[in-house]
Design a protein around this ligand. Structure first.
Ligand code: UDX
Ligand code: ADP
Length: 476
């Protein structure tokens, strides 16, 4: 498939301007002023949002992102809906489209839906000219590169109207950035992983990273190891969170404190201290999806025990979220029907506007199901996104008033607490650590409860305000 091509990379196209493609290309553009980057997306509104003057309204919120966009946009970074021409003019194409879990058909609920990736590959086959290096950036099931390669090769033969007969190399270069710290992660990655067959194509991608990443941090593997390493990294990280959350439940029953347990085990070098914070359960677009991919893969290859092992990580996460909803109901005298509950935070973690798989979605749905009236606060998340996530409009009163469940949204903390029976902290936004509880307690119903699923409030101050406090993993 490879045609010798010694020329330097000068134009890069990224298909998909989402949470991965957007920030990644912004940092690439900052680090490689000699290369032009074209970020394309089928969603024209998203491209408009990336191009607008008001940098506060970029489609992705990440600390530091706006300043880099300001610096590079229009110089060597361009957001465009012209997919065809940008594919045609590029030497290297990153595929950064979404790969949601399939909702129907074979592998439903587990396997990734590769329709967006396939469509991309067909577009690349159709429009590319000359030799093009195609780089998988999205997290994909193992052996997707092979699928992309087959499509590129075979779609070529049937496409009559591409006279250029381009050639391709396919590389896997998974992204390990974590939302909320994406710019830092991209600037100083722990490692860069490149999987592929063609030494020359790998070298070209390496040359790009070498503009800011020390060569020792660039790992070369075969293409399947690279794909599997990405799924495994996410599965291991998620597994730590389910492990610590399972112990948090035990702490609450036994009188131990999860923070002390985390500290005690985290000082063991072999375990390490990171990713041991108990919380409301992991969210984000990757963890659940990637584990379910592993589960699907394991079953496919006749390894049901391996599948069951990893599936339990997701099951624990889901159980943990329901456990929190249940104990809120329990503490509020077994009923929350018609009670106002303030939800602090809807994003799946702080410093992002992303709500995909956020624990807040399940917990809010559970509380609404029990008839609560929620007032949801998040400093960055858009209200329309919450509408989509909860699959109901706000202030949607059911006809039977006894079970009136509703929610409203605010991005200001001013009116959140008035007449509330409880405050539930679900995202660790820094502003929630500095709440003046004495003042808040005066506005709330008595007894007023604070449920802190992120261990960020000052417990002494909450208790001094005569509020009742539940903290995750705190059995003391
Ligand atoms: C993750 C991986 O970290 C990243 O390498 C990969 O590229 C994409 O998936 P992300 O989902 O953006 O990144 O965020 P991450 O920081 O990993 O957090 C995931 C979830 O775990 C969040 O809901 C977070 O609140 C939760 N979490 C994380 C905990 O509950 N406790 C922890 O100690 C760490
Ligand atoms: P991620 O977190 O993986 O970046 P997002 O959903 O935030 O996922 O972004 C993926 C982007 O890919 C979306 O903006 C979507 O519109 C875009 N996309 C999907 N398929 C195509 C395609 N065939 N061509 C161009 N863009 C696409």
């Amino acid at each position: 498939m490879t045609k010798e091509n010694k020329s330097k990379i000068t134009k890069i196209c990224c298909i998909g301007a989402g949470y991965v493609g957007g920030p990644t290309m912004v940092v690439f553009a900052d680090k490689c002023p000699h290369i032009n980057f074209y970020v394309v997306d089928i969603n024209e509104k998203k491209i408009e949002a990336w191009n607008q003057d008001d940098l506060k309204k970029l489609p992705v919120y990440e600390p530091g992102l706006d300043q880099l966009v300001k610096k590079c946009r229009g110089n060597n970074l361009f957001f465009s809906s012209d997919i065809e021409n940008n594919i045609a003019n590029s030497d290297m194409i990153f595929i950064s489209v979404n790969t949601p879990t399939k909702t129907r058909g074979i592998g439903a609920g587990k396997a990734s839906n590769l329709m967006y990736v396939e469509k991309c590959a067909r577009q690349v086959a159709m429009y590319a000219k000359n030799h093009t290096i195609v780089v998988e950036k999205s997290t994909l099931p193992v052996r997707t590169a092979e699928v992309i390669k087959t499509i590129l090769e075979e779609a070529q033969d049937s496409i009559q109207n591409n006279p250029n007969k381009p050639t391709f190399d396919v590389l896997s270069n998974p992204e390990f950035l974590s939302e909320g710290s994406a710019i830092k992660d991209l600037n100083v990655p722990d490692r860069v992983l490149i999987g592929g067959e063609s030494e020359e194509a790998i070298n070209k991608l390496c040359e790009i990273y070498k503009n800011w990443v020390p060569e020792v941090k660039i790992l070369r593997t075969n293409i399947w190891s690279s794909e599997l390493a990405k799924l495994t990294a996410n599965a291991f990280l998620a597994q730590r969170i389910s492990s610590i959350n399972s112990i948090a439940a035990l702490c609450e029953s036994t009188g131990a404190d999860i923070r002390e347990v985390s500290r005690a085990i985290g000082t063991d070098n072999r375990i390490g201290s990171k990713f041991l914070d108990s919380g409301p359960g992991f969210g984000g677009s990757c963890f659940k999806k990637d584990i379910l991919n592993l589960v699907y893969l394991s079953k496919h290859f006749g390894l049901p025990e391996v599948a069951a092992f990893w599936e339990s990580v997701v099951e624990m996460n889901s159980w943990h979220q329901h456990r929190i909803s249940k104990l809120i109901v329990q503490k509020l005298f077994g009923t929350i029907t018609g009670k106002k509950i303030a939800i602090l935070g809807f994003a799946f973690k702080a410093n992002t506007n992303d709500t995909r798989e956020s624990a807040a979605i399940q917990i809010c749905k559970d509380l609404l199901e029990e008839g609560a009236n929620l007032i949801i606060h998040d400093p960055i998340v858009d209200e329309n996104q919450i509408k989509i996530d909860l699959k109901t409009s706000n202030n949607n009163q059911k006809t039977n008033l006894q079970f009136s469940n509703s929610w409203s949204f605010t991005n200001s903390l001013d009116n959140v607490f008035i007449e509330a029976h409880a405050v539930v902290i679900l995202t660790e936004w820094s502003e929630y650590s500095n709440i003046d509880w004495v003042n808040i307690a005066k506005m709330m119903k008595k007894p007023g409860w604070v449920f802190d699923s992120r261990l960020i409030v000052n417990s002494k101050k909450v208790l001094e305000a005569n509020l009742k406090l539940w903290r995750i993993g705190d059995g003391t």
